[in-house]
Write a protein that binds this ligand. Structure first.
Ligand code: TYM
Length: 444
């Protein structure tokens, strides 16, 4: 049975105009990864995250449009990639709460963004938490929900986000531990090694918060003007220049082939003048960005089409993954259908940590007149049988799977969408254990 494709997920906060750092750190590698046939990609606009930093509604809306158009202009194909807006998937916020209840507060205390705010307050002699919202503090939990809800395997991000992915692993692991099963895949951060953090105009990390960005789609003349404003030192033309610590060189390297980067490094050693080096960087950026800019301008002129694309992505994604997953998670934590309570057994139900829902076999006949079974867990189909000519054959296959005398790989059935063989084995083991338990009780 085929293993499921590797899930690649990443998001960009819609709190400003996309810049070269977002492009190099997130958009470009993510789009390249989405072309790998062995992967399933989830790319989204983190508009709920944006409310933490930017509380200007018009700006949030504008930024959402700009970032959506950026993804599309850079080559994202919405029929091959899950492309959506975070706030269109309410299951993410619901999962945020479930994770909040297992997340260690001590871990959140160590989050870089929160710690930086506390440090700033201390330096200014303020109260530690002065001006810090609970939203900033909880930021990593919302991010963990973004990732865990789709069981992402790989999360391409810039280095600044790695700590958040580690926290997502931690919260996912805690949830799995508390609720007794591998509910969530633990994600890995993927950082493009040679462009880990793109510097901005002043040499610090390119960031909206430092006001040192080169927006991705400014007109060419503005792009060149910004490149010429990159801070350099006072070395004159003819003087050798080190590449280490040079923002100009780092920016060049992020857009160049390895050969071009090596030649640029050599030009530094040979004493290229700053003016000429900036000219070469501007030409290189323009080479990659010009075709994207043309597509971008065309896209932002049709905001209604972008809205439709995003809504459609979220609708399909909820139906396929988010709604069924939340149904399972609700069941896992005990937010359950009360009509299913067996009177007199409450004590027993409460026993150790919540037990996973027991999967069940369902046998049925299709319009084609043939017989089938499926193994379902809540709304999720774990296993779907092939057709049988007689109901008895379907029943025998079920019995053999229940007893463990028919190996899953030999079963006349295929795995449900997005289901791992290990999930099915775990469900069959649980059924076998419950069968044994029942038999023992009957004998007693
Ligand atoms: P955000 O919006 O700050 O940045 C989006 C992506 O761009 C990367 N990035 C950079 N990479 C290299 N050099 C830079 N100077 C640079 N500046 C930004 C960031 O590392 C990021 O990959 N919390 C996230 C958004 C988010 C998310 C998620 C990401 C929300 N949920 C789930 C991944 C998975 C953020 O604010 O990124």
């Amino acid at each position: 049975m085929p293993a499921r494709p590797t899930r690649v997920l990443t998001g960009i906060t819609t709190s400003g105009t996309p810049h070269l750092g977002n492009y190099v750190g997130a958009v470009r590698p993510a789009i390249a990864a989405s072309r790998d046939p062995g992967s399933e990609s989830f790319y989204f606009l983190a508009d709920l995250h944006s409310l933490i930093k930017a509380q200007d509604p018009a700006r949030t809306q504008r930024s959402t449009l700009e970032i959506a158009a950026t993804w599309l202009a850079a080559g994202l194909e919405p029929d091959r990639v899950w492309f959506y807006r975070q706030s269109d998937v309410p299951e993410i916020t619901e999962l945020t709460w479930m994770l909040t209840c297992v997340a260690g507060k001590g871990i959140l205390n160590r989050a870089h963004a929160y710690k930086a705010a506390v440090d700033r307050n201390r330096a200014e002699g303020e109260d530690d938490d002065s001006g810090v919202t609970a939203g900033l503090f909880m930021y990593p939990v919302l991010m963990a929900a973004d990732i865990l809800i789709f069981n992402a395997d790989r999360v391409p991000v810039g280095r600044d986000q790695v700590q958040h992915i580690e926290m997502a692993r931690d919260f996912g692991q805690r949830f799995n531990h508390v609720y007794g099963r591998e509910w969530f895949t633990l994600p890995e951060a993927v950082v493009e090694a040679h462009v880990a953090t793109l510097p901005g105009l002043d040499g610090r990390k390119m960031s909206k918060s430092y006001d040192n960005t080169i927006p991705l789609f400014v007109p060419e003349a503005e792009l060149r003007r910004l490149v010429f404003s990159i801070v350099t030192d006072s070395r004159a033309p003819g003087e050798p220049k080190p590449v280490e610590g040079s923002a100009l060189y780092e920016l060049y390297r992020a857009f160049a082939t390895p050969e071009e980067a090596a030649a640029f490094g050599q030009a530094f050693a040979d004493g290229i003048g700053w003016g000429e080096a900036k000219q070469r960087l501007a030409d290189l950026l323009e080479r990659e960005i010009a075709p994207l800019r043309a597509r971008y301008l065309d896209l932002v002129a049709r905001p209604g089409d972008i809205e439709d694309t995003l809504r459609d992505g979220a609708r399909r994604l909820r139906e396929r993954y988010a709604t069924p997953l939340l149904a399972q998670v609700r069941e896992a934590v005990g937010l359950r259908d009360l009509s299913q309570v067996r009177l007199g057994s409450l004590q027993e139900e409460e026993a150790p940590a919540a037990k996973p829902p027991l999967a069940t076999f369902k046998q049925y006949r299709e319009a084609d007149g043939r017989f089938y079974f499926k193994l379902v867990e809540g709304e999720r189909v774990l296993l779907q049988s092939h057709a049988f000519d007689a109901p008895r054959e379907a029943g025998q296959a079920i019995a053999a799977l229940r007893r463990g005398t028919l190996a899953l790989a030999q079963a006349p059935a295929t795995l449900g969408e997005g289901v791992d063989a290990s999930d099915v084995r775990a469900a069959l083991d649980a059924i076998a254990a419950a069968d044994a338990d029942r038999a023992a009780k009957t004998q007693a």
